[in-house]
Design a protein around this ligand. Structure first.
Ligand code: N01
Length: 870
């Protein structure tokens, strides 16, 4: 029985929502012995499965996976009838769960929570319902779902239609009979794709209004997959463990096949297998690079388009159904049952809203730019205000009167998708910034609920009664969520993942795409590090261990993991030649870097013999001379050659528009200090003197280098200044070695585990210089006179032992009056910025370098002026 209105009540926790997440949360809170009150605006349990009752509504994760796993007995007592269960069966399941654990008695249905307000004095939330009740609680938990707030129809004239109007997201309980009716469906997302074939069975005429065609693969529904059931029978715990530590919450071995390099036969075989399997876990795992590399994605997308063309008989309709304006997977891919075949039926018509947009809904139908349509019923399958809609719909007000809506005006901000600063004891289940909609919700929900329950238990045991993330931890997590999205193709689509489907909603990537496994690890690490990033208070004692749980760029972390798994010997344990061979072998396996207009090899006369160089000239206009950049590769004065930084040189050349001349120099230990530095200076002198022959503009010369290459580049600048020539317009120093002092903080923080280690740096120094020479400016340029040096761009990477000497050099140059641009390579290591084609997150840093290079040179200076000046 529901409680009467206007009662005042006290609970430990209030949970809003009685779907998968709310039910399990109630169960766990009860287990902790907490008093709990649940609310749901629906008339019963079920959440999304209560509301989305349209014909054809089914889950799109196979039932052996789309199920609670917290209680083996529950699993034994329930058997799913199909691979993808229908909405009624899933609703029955949730009712069964509610009954089995007696959860209904704690839930007040048909009740909307209208506001929640934090009382800082009392350390309590006051919850108000639409019935005028006021409830006080310590913990306020929103289990309101990610796709529960229908998007209001943003179509002119909606509301004028005199016939029947239906929303897939609010379908009548008694069902709808469309027999003999002329029906319009607007929207071709997952809901539209599921409902259209079933409406077509009844309607006399069905017209589908499509704005964006969607990728869909056949669900191949039937009995639950036998192999999955067998695995569960044999080792249920192992299976569930694998799901929890998988990428999307379904056990699946991630492929390492790259779409761009795989043979046509392998591509086809992998695609056909996924098409036949009919599971999201398969189709998102055809190629390892499909969500990162546009070329790979195109290969997959085209194979799906071929399938659509082979199913739909009318070529024009088929083409209209082929998605071409977004990459596969950047909008939620759908599973369907006979969706494309439906368009072969004579009474079904597709209207392409890109060609004839809707002008208005009218009293008797829909008017597009070209036609007027009459209908008996219009079905809106137009989607949801996803991920944030339901959270901000209730008026949640935290500390100092700040509302969640205000705080999130520019996009949601959370720590782990679980909490948000300024709103103590307020938890969100599967909130923005968690894997949620990119994962098997059943697995993600259990993980979130378990985390919250574990947190409340820990707090109770430690005598703490409030918890809230710090601003630092939260902004660090938001950055990580965006970093993970940014290396994928996801931000390129106008999807609800980006908030792009709701007019006026800020465009932010909402879910966490780092993976269920990585996310779980982050949550576990936060707890393992004493609730890192949370401020907790209580009579027990206040505590806060502030910090950021993930600050490395996700693709850099992946590279490090990959290298660690290879188990290569540390370079500093090898003789120089073996280390060179190892470096060459790893370089041979990387992507080649971008195409440039022209690459030629040559030699420069050096002080002790010829120095090989490789020249890169950008493609395309303008013809004629361009600014010249003399580049020196990295490798600790010991390793490297013209090949080792080849992709980086190509990238710099294409991005900056300059001719790049990469010069090899003598290496240690064969030629020790100062051989490399003298070679560098000689190369710069020669390039300046021969600029025209190299295709350069005389007088427009910069130097650049990475690591030890940056060391000799800047030493060359110091030598050129002392020699009063040649003129150098600027220097780009990428993670430079500029000092031999290895005691700076960045050495302590990053001296182990990020490829360039303290031990390796020592090995380099030992090969290059005698200890007595290490204070010399030609070895440690930071210690030299820095006046009169050219404009400088220094790249300092967060996880580089050399970070702080680079920063110190920038400050010292600035103090000496040199214009300096310090580019912080956030989340990068010493090597990762140079990993063109492998580390996508390095691209913005390389773009900044290129911009700095362009700024060194007077733009569009006529050649004759340059000649005069030089
Ligand atoms: O909503 P959607 P949905 N004029 O936003 C179109 C989950 N789900 O309810 O793409 C004309 O995907 C809109 O066009 P466009 C699943 O995660 C799961 O279908 O914006 N058209 C689009 O075609 C899914 O992703 C299942 O150009 C308009 C459609 O309406 C999520 O819920 C089943 C329009 C909306 O598609 C949402 O799916 C169902 C306008 N003004 C849902 N406004 C399972 O299988 C919107 N559209 C488990």
């Amino acid at each position: 029985m529901n409680k009467p209105a206007s009662v005042s009540d006290q609970f430990d926790a209030v949970v809003v929502g009685a779907g998968f997440s709310g039910l399990y949360m109630l169960y766990r809170l009860r287990q902790l012995g907490l008093s709990v009150k649940g609310f749901d605006s629906a008339g019963d349990v079920g959440g999304t499965w209560y509301w989305n009752r349209y014909p054809g509504a089914r889950c799109d994760i196979a039932t052996p996976d789309y199920t609670f796993s917290f209680d083996p007995e529950l699993e034994n007592e329930w058997t799913w009838s199909e691979k993808y269960a229908t909405q009624p069966e899933i609703l029955d399941y949730l009712r069964f769960v509610a009954d089995r654990y007696g959860l209904r008695s704690d839930i007040q249905f048909s009740t909307t929570v209208t506001s929640a307000r934090w009382d800082e004095q009392e350390k309590r939330w006051t919850i108000t319902t639409g019935h005028g009740q006021e409830i006080r609680c310590r913990y306020y938990i929103m289990a309101t779902g990610c796709l529960s707030m229908p998007k209001s129809p943003d179509i002119e004239g909606a509301g004028r239609f005199a016939g029947q109007v239906y929303f897939t997201s609010r379908w009548p309980h008694e069902g709808v009979d469309f027999t003999g009716q002329r029906v319009a469906v607007i929207g071709t997302g997952s809901s539209g794709i599921q409902v259209i074939p079933l409406i077509a069975r009844q309607a006399s005429q069905l017209t589908v209004f499509q704005r964006t065609p969607n990728f869909s693969i056949p669900a191949h529904n039937g009995p639950a997959p036998a192999d999955r059931l067998r695995q569960l029978d044999e080792d249920r715990d192992g299976y569930r463990h694998d799901a929890r530590w998988s990428r999307i919450g379904v056990p699946n071995e991630p492929t390492d096949v790259l779409g761009v390099t795989a043979s046509e036969a392998v591509r086809r075989e992998r695609f056909e297998a996924a098409w036949e399997q009919g599971e999201l876990a398969g189709i998102v795992n055809v190629f390892a690079d499909q969500l990162f590399n546009p070329a790979s994605n195109d290969i997959l997308a085209e194979m799906i388009r071929e399938k659509i063309r082979s199913i739909v008989t009318d070529p024009e309709t088929a083409e209209t159904l082929c998605p071409k304006d977004h990459y596969f997977g950047t909008k939620r891919p759908c599973l369907d049952t006979g969706y494309f075949d439906t368009y072969n039926l004579p009474h079904v018509r597709l209207v392409d809203l890109r060609k004839q947009p809707i002008v208005s809904i009218t009293e008797d139908g829909i008017e597009t730019a070209d036609e007027s349509f009459g209908f008996d019923a219009i079905v809106y399958a137009t989607g949801f205000d996803a991920m944030t809609g339901a959270l901000v719909a209730a008026d949640v007000t935290g500390r100092d009167g700040l509302s969640l809506k205000e705080k999130w005006a520019a996009g949601p901000s959370t720590y782990l998708g679980l909490m948000t600063a300024g709103f103590p004891n307020f938890f969100m289940l599967t909130g923005p910034g968690s894997p949620s909609v990119l994962s098997n919700m059943a697995v993600s929900i259990e993980q979130h609920v378990d985390w919250v329950a574990g947190c409340l238990k820990d707090m109770r045991e430690e005598g703490l009664d409030t918890i809230e993330p710090t601003e630092l931890a939260e902004s660090g997590w938001n950055q990580h969520v965006q970093d993970c999205g940014a290396i994928t193709l996801m931000p390129t689509a106008n999807s609800w993942y980006m908030g792009a489907n709701v007019p006026g909603k800020p465009r932010v990537f909402l879910p966490y795409i780092g993976g269920v496994d990585a996310y779980r690890q982050a949550c576990d690490d936060v707890v393992g590090q004493g609730y890192l990033g949370f401020r907790m208070t209580g009579p027990g004692a206040d505590r806060c261990r502030d910090g950021v749980i993930r600050s490395m760029q996700p693709d850099v972390a992946m590279v490090l993991e990959f290298l660690a798994a290879m188990g290569l010997p540390p370079m500093d344990t090898l003789p120089a030649d073996d280390a060179r061979a190892l470096m060459a072998a790893t370089a041979a396996a990387r992507p080649p870097g971008p195409e440039v207009g022209e690459v030629t090899d040559g030699v420069i006369p050096g002080p002790a013999g010829d120095l090989p160089y490789r020249l890169y000239r950008p493609a395309g206009p303008p013809e004629g001379p361009r600014p010249l950049v003399v580049y020196f590769h990295g490798g600790g004065w010991v390793l490297g050659n013209l090949d080792s930084d080849d992709p980086l040189c190509r990238d710099l050349c294409e991005r900056s528009g300059a001719v790049v001349v990469s010069v090899n120099y003598r290496h240690a230990p064969e030629a020790r200090f100062p051989a490399a530095a003298l070679d560098a200076f000689a190369a710069v002198q020669w390039a300046a003197a021969n600029a025209l022959e190299l295709g350069g503009i005389p007088g427009q010369l910069a130097v650049a280098g990475w690591s030890a290459g940056a060391n000799i580049a800047t030493v060359a600048c110091q030598l050129a200044r002392d020699a009063e020539g040649p003129h150098i317009s600027g220097q780009v120093l990428i993670c430079p070695v500029v000092d031999s002092d290895m005691t700076r903080l960045s050495y302590q923080e990053n001296g182990d585990g990020y490829i360039l280690t303290t031990a390796l740096m020592r090995w380099f120094w030992d090969h290059y210089t005698d200890p007595a020479d290490r204070g010399e400016p030609r070895a440690a340029p930071l210690r030299g006179d820095l006046h009169g040096l050219p404009s400088t761009c220094i790249v300092a990477a967060d996880f580089d032992p050399l970070r702080d000497e680079g920063v110190a050099y920038a400050h010292a140059l600035e103090a000496a009056g040199v214009p300096v641009r310090l580019a912080r390579a956030r989340g990068h290591t010493h090597t990762s910025v140079t990993m063109v084609g492998t580390v996508i997150s390095g691209a913005p840093v390389r773009a900044e370098i290129a911009e700095a290079l362009r700024n060194f040179f007077p733009s569009a200076e006529p050649l004759e002026h340059a000649l005069q000046r030089s």
